[in-house]
Design a binder for this molecule. Sequence first.
Ligand SMILES: *Cc1c(COP(=O)(O)O)cnc(C)c1O
Length: 372
Amino acid sequence: MNTSKKMIYVTRSSMPPMEEYINEIKELWESHYLTNMGTKHEQFVEMLKVFLGGVENIDLLTNGHMALELALQAMNLTGEVITTPFTFVSTTHAIVRNGLKPVFCDINPNDYTIDVNKIEQMITDKTSAILPVHVYGNVCDVEGIQKIADKYGLKVIYDAAHAFGVKYKNIGIGKFGDASCFSFHATKVFNTIEGGAVIFRNKAFSREICRLRNFGIKNEEIVDAIGVNAKMNEFCAAMGLCNLRHIDEEIKKRSQVVQAYIANLKDIPGLRLNYVSENVLPNYSYFPVLFEKEFGTSRDEVYDRLIENGFMARKYFYPLTNGLDCYKESFDVSLTPVALHVSETVLTLPLYADLSVDDVDKICNVIRICRK
Ligand SMILES: *Cc1c(COP(=O)(O)O)cnc(C)c1O
């Protein structure tokens, strides 16, 4: 174990200069207005509308999970929702906690998003929606998915937790489908410490989620929905305002880290790297690498060697959500074989704006030495 230097973690939260944040929150000491859609919240909404490509209905929430959970509730879905098991557990929990049944569709081996050719065969008369994930910031086949949704009258809700700032054909990623849910958690490309947002195509759903995030309160005397408390506070909104001023530079630096990884690893047999698809403006949120049989050393062994050398990679996503303890009795991971293979061979490597090219070289050397 190399104890002489600090561990490099898989990510490191972006923070604005401290002075900038202090300046941003100063007026809160004058207003004493700390939450419930204050001025920081409103300013942040307006800035996001522009940054995300001119969206109309965007609503802020305490976190990305509540964005998903309340988006599904606001849309009043029933029965079954077709989704991917290759995701963070939040996606599946949001479906189940709404009393809906997840139906797991396999992913495609190229970009790990839902396999659009396998969706139709999973549709039954109980299906009400499709919930795909723009995993690693890779854009789902939004056109293919919409075609199926239109044909069968299904809603489409994207888990866009990884896709903040991503564009497809120069259109903000939040403009596809009926809803897109973002996470602003500390570990994501863009953070508000904790936070999330949902973009709805339909204004009525936006009104509904605003009521649900505030206990279902319509006015002082009327509570006409069973809501929760999921409002973003002023300190988180202020963090968002500051971090948003630096996001372009952050993504540019991340892109340089990714280019360094690709230059180092592209010729090593048995590795599968993640490449940006055509027509996509990426955010470089993750750098997943698959360790295939030809590499000669298992993913788990590479993971251990990296830790011994002071580098934390992450088995992201392993296990699949349909294989987690709370779901494995009800589902079968062997029915999503591509997702199973990816989950057993993938590591996401350390990636954040300030990761040095020197550290990338060291990480890649550890990987190169692992090859048998
Ligand atoms: C992070 C994440 C979430 C949940 O977001 P939180 O802000 O942590 O609640 C949901 N889905 C995916 C794919 C995520 O990565």
